[in-house]
Design a protein around this ligand. Structure first.
Ligand SMILES: [Zn+2]
Length: 202
């Protein structure tokens, strides 16, 4: 899948191929898919990626439960970010789910000195669970709402992906000019041609 969300949290919620017109297919077929996404987004280094892939492949029942947890988090996050696009507010129940996921992700962190100053970090010997990485990304994007660009929903047919609108005028409407933008422009052109042909035969 193209990473057109502009933030890991939005690429995570975009793992459903279409949310407008039709729903699906779901691009998260296995926990391994989620690990690959984390790697592509740079949320894990190659070593961590290999470890997470081994965990994902080791116990299929456990992997299935974690995948369900990820999908649940994704759908709640989608609802919250979509509300932002539509000028609404998140439901308290949605925020509680995200809060719980982030609290779990932060539970083992300790304060560590980094080149940027004190930061919450996992101890070196500890590894993050895959869902934790995305829970933190989602909450980070929500917390930064007042200092970042707004989240928008692509209005392309069979799309509905979310993206950070970093355009100059703040009027971007497609997740990608190359895919949804071109497709919609061709559709309008075809419809205009059909209308013109209809007029000429009258
Ligand atoms: Zn789109």
């Amino acid at each position: 899948m193209p990473l057109s969300g502009g933030h890991a949290a939005l690429d995570f919620v975009n793992t459903v191929d279409s949310r407008r017109g039709r729903w699906g297919p779901d691009l998260l077929g296995s926990l391994g898919d989620l690990v690959v996404l984390a790697e592509r987004l740079g949320l894990v280094d190659p070593l961590e990626g290999e470890h997470l892939k081994r965990v994902a492949a080791a116990d299929t029942q456990d992997a299935g439960i974690v995948l369900l947890e990820a999908v649940n988090l994704r759908e709640v996050a989608y609802g919250v970010f979509l509300a932002e696009d539509r000028g609404g507010v998140a439901l308290t129940s949605q925020l509680r789910v995200l809060e719980q996921a982030a609290r779990k992700a932060r539970a083992r962190e300790v304060l560590k000195m980094t080149p940027e100053g004190l930061r919450w970090k996992l101890p070196l010997e500890e590894r993050r669970d895959i869902v934790d990485l995305f829970a933190l990304a989602v909450v980070e994007l929500l917390i930064d709402a007042s200092v970042r660009r707004p989240v928008r929903e692509c209005k392309g047919d069979n799309c509905g992906w979310l993206f950070l609108d970093r355009s100059k005028g703040g009027r971007r409407i497609w997740c990608s000019e190359a895919s949804c933008g071109t497709r919609e422009r061709s559709k309008r052109l075809r419809s205009r041609r059909n209308q013109d042909q209809g007029k000429s035969t009258l």
